[in-house]
Design a protein around this ligand. Structure first.
Ligand code: AMP
Length: 461
């Protein structure tokens, strides 16, 4: 089957030709015809299968044939994605495929000034691609409404659940109009995702494409056992010895990612990090530099990297291996895209051996065990010093404001305690209350339930 057999509108065909797309991918072949009929769809497909075009093309076709003014402070199509990066990538796909149509596309996510988004949405937009938290913030501020949505897409539903977006999604479901087309995509479909899908979908057509297991076959998967404290030395050697075009280095935590970048900086090796503590500007700059080949190494956490489509990644290095086997599959799926070969190297510390076992069981692949390189001990002895941690720039202005505010309150609390009779008790209570709150707000990217939290900190959103 070819694209010209699907009956897509002329401006869309022109855009596809300019991207040299001739043959629809399996998910596109299955999904596009039923979506053109206006049916709801439940798709089991991973990133890399072409699912963005599978939902973007028929939606654009609908808009090409059903021109209408945009609803004030509203949209005609709403796409929800779990991360800012994925939202930006989806919006870009809509702009690319819709470049010969006069349609407006806006992104809505946290980490960027809300005022600019409010202005961009005020006259109404055709297509909004959003993360749930900021979308609900805008709705709560009465700056936006989704009551006119004609097409609704929920992408990467399993990732949304993992990130704790269940309540925001239930709120969104209640605010959507009855009469609409729904598309629901998830890489996996356990019971709780099926229950979520049922809240959105109306008699859906179910399509499923094989997970990218073929990817795994094209990836050389290696593991080396190494002490956690000596992983930096091993990374140094691997980066020297391997023929790397572009490598993604994964850590489990944000701090772990920063530590790796500081070590690489100390060793005079350029690398960027992307994770939830980075400002949106920093994340975009890092990703662009990596895409354009200006920097060969990108250090990432799982959530920040999920769904990112960068071609030409020759190596995935698991500096820390994930404790969930599916994450491993997602990680190594970043390499060996579009028929290319790739290498995945995992550094396994003693306490990570059970994770390795779980990965091997789940993927039914035995990783090749590579011994430590010959010059390893020498590398450990001569390990370059990490660069000093940078203050300030790794935080967004909002985070800096929150931190300053927290410090001021803490100091105020300390002053009060000095005159208070039950000093020890109050120190614990005051110090302990603020920390979990700050973490939650950052980690979720501003989930809409934080209205009270905003008032408490007075931080701008
Ligand atoms: P996705 O799964 O939507 O992230 O798409 C994965 C990659 O495949 C993206 O880089 C798309 O631009 C590309 N792509 C999607 N559909 C096609 C197609 N029919 N032919 C060639 N490339 C495609």
């Amino acid at each position: 089957m070819q694209f010209n057999e699907l009956g897509l509108a002329e401006p869309i065909m022109k855009a596809l030709a300019s991207k040299n797309y001739v043959t629809p991918t399996p998910i596109q072949q299955k999904a596009i015809p039923v979506l053109l009929e206006g049916r709801d769809l439940c798709g089991i497909a991973q990133t890399g299968t072409g699912k963005t075009a599978a939902f973007a093309l028929p939606s654009l076709d609908y808009f090409a044939r059903n021109a209408k003014p945009t609803p004030i402070k509203g949209c005609r199509m709403l796409v929800l994605a779990p991360t800012r990066e994925l939202a930006a990538q989806i919006a870009q796909s809509f702009r690319d495929y819709g470049r010969f149509l006069k349609l407006s596309v806006e992104t809505v996510f946290g980490g960027v000034p809300i005022g600019k988004q409010i202005r961009a949405l005020s006259a109404g937009v055709d297509i909004v691609v959003a993360t749930p938290g900021r979308l609900l913030d805008l709705i709560d501020q009465r700056a936006f409404t989704i009551k006119d949505t004609e097409i609704f897409v929920l992408d990467e539903a399993d990732q949304m659940m993992d990130m704790g977006f269940i309540h925001p999604l239930k709120r969104v479901a209640k605010m959507l109009p009855q009469d609409r087309q729904n598309l629901f995509f998830s890489a996996t479909m356990p019971k709780e995702i099926e229950a979520l899908a049922a809240q959105f979908l109306n008699d859906p057509v179910k399509v499923s494409v094989a997970p990218q297991s073929t990817t795994a076959e094209r990836v050389r998967q290696q593991a080396t056992f190494v002490n956690q404290a000596e992983k930096q030395a091993l990374l140094h050697i691997v980066l020297k010895n391997e023929d790397i075009d572009r490598a993604l280095i994964f850590t489990r935590t944000k701090h772990g990612a920063d530590r790796v970048v500081r070590f690489l900086e100390g060793a005079g090796i350029d690398a960027f990090a992307i994770h939830g503590n980075k400002s949106q500007g920093q994340r975009t700059t890092a990703l662009q530099a990596f895409r354009q080949g200006k920097v060969k190494l990108l250090v990432a956490t799982d959530i920040a990297a999920r769904g990112i489509d960068v071609s030409g990644v020759s190596h995935v290095i698991n500096f820390e291996i994930p404790n969930v086997p599916e994450q491993y599959v997602h990680r190594i799926g970043r390499t060996a895209r579009a028929g290319a070969e790739g290498v995945a190297i995992s550094f396994v510390a003693d306490d990570e051996r059970p994770y390795l076992k779980a990965i091997e069981r789940a993927t039914r692949v035995k990783l090749e065990i590579e011994p430590l390189p010959e010059n390893f001990m020498e590398a450990v002895r001569n390990l370059p010093k990490p660069a000093a941690p940078k203050k300030g720039p790794s935080q967004t202005p909002q985070q800096q404001a929150r931190r300053a505010d927290g410090q001021r309150r803490y100091q105020d609390g300390q002053k009060q305690q000095r005159g208070a009779p039950d000093r020890a008790h109050r120190t614990d209570a005051e110090g302990g209350e603020k920390k979990p709150f700050r973490g939650r707000c950052r980690g979720r990217g501003g989930v809409g339930t934080h209205k009270g939290a905003v008032q408490r900190t007075g931080a701008p959103r």
